[in-house]
Design a protein around this ligand. Structure first.
Ligand SMILES: [Zn+2]
Length: 232
């Protein structure tokens, strides 16, 4: 297994006024070019980061796959992206694998609330790039968002990281640093960011000029946090 370091994305980008990009993307590294990205659902049992990885069906309600596919579709509907689901081969976390570019699983991150999930930025240098881990301690939900955390919304946010977007401080952005399911879909700032990285899809709007580029070579890990009761 390769060793790598990661950073938590919190207010590190607080001087930006809109979306941020990490600096790497899938496919051709040239910004504005499309990509085909595969994903798979982990079988569980591997050691992810420091904890045991779980399959999503071991702690999420049935129908979770449709919610996650809906989140992928939201991104591909506005950008030149194509997602393909492939079978997960059960390889160890961050090992050479025929599984998806984005492997999706669960992990005990920090107990209930606080960090809800995290994702790795794209990279050609390590297999875990793009992977998403949902916190197994949360109450994940499809419809009952009073008591539960929206699978769709968190997937939408984390996939944004998996595709190369950092956090945004736009007033309305799914890529903001906090859980905000009142934003029911991608916002103009999110769409501008993903189109900067991959270009628009055929029917989407032009790429805007304003962006902030974080030209860092750091391998990144970005988590979404729930605003209550507190965070650090
Ligand atoms: Zn995040």
């Amino acid at each position: 297994m390769k060793t790598f370091s990661f950073i938590l994305c919190l207010f590190f980008f607080s001087t930006a006024h809109a979306y941020t990009v990490h600096g790497k993307k899938w496919g051709d590294p040239t910004f504005g070019t499309g990509a085909t990205v595969s994903y798979s659902f982990m079988t569980g049992g591997q050691t992810c980061d420091t904890a045991t990885c779980s399959s999503l069906d071991s702690f999420m309600p049935s129908g979770f796959q449709e919610q996650i596919k809906k989140a992928f579709n939201a991104w591909s509907s506005v950008a030149n992206l194509h997602f393909e689901e492939v079978a997960d081969d059960g390889a160890e976390f961050n090992a050479t694998t025929n599984s998806g570019d984005i492997r999706i699983g669960g992990e005990s991150i920090d107990g209930k609330s606080h960090v809800l999930a995290h994702a790795y930025y794209p990279s050609n240098n390590y297999s875990a790039a793009g992977d998403i881990h949902f916190d197994t301690s949360e109450t994940w939900a499809i419809d009952n968002l009073v008591d539960g955390i929206s699978i769709f919304w968190v997937a939408l946010h984390e996939i944004g990281h998996s595709l190369g977007l950092g956090h945004s401080d736009a007033s309305k952005s799914v890529m903001g640093p906090y859980y905000n399911p009142s934003l029911s879909g991608l916002q103009p700032d999110d769409i501008a960011g993903i189109q900067y990285l991959y270009g628009a899809n055929i029917s989407a709007v032009p790429v805007p000029a304003a962006f902030w580029l974080l030209g860092s070579a750091l391998i990144g890990l970005c988590g979404i946090r729930r605003k209550t009761p507190h965070y650090n």
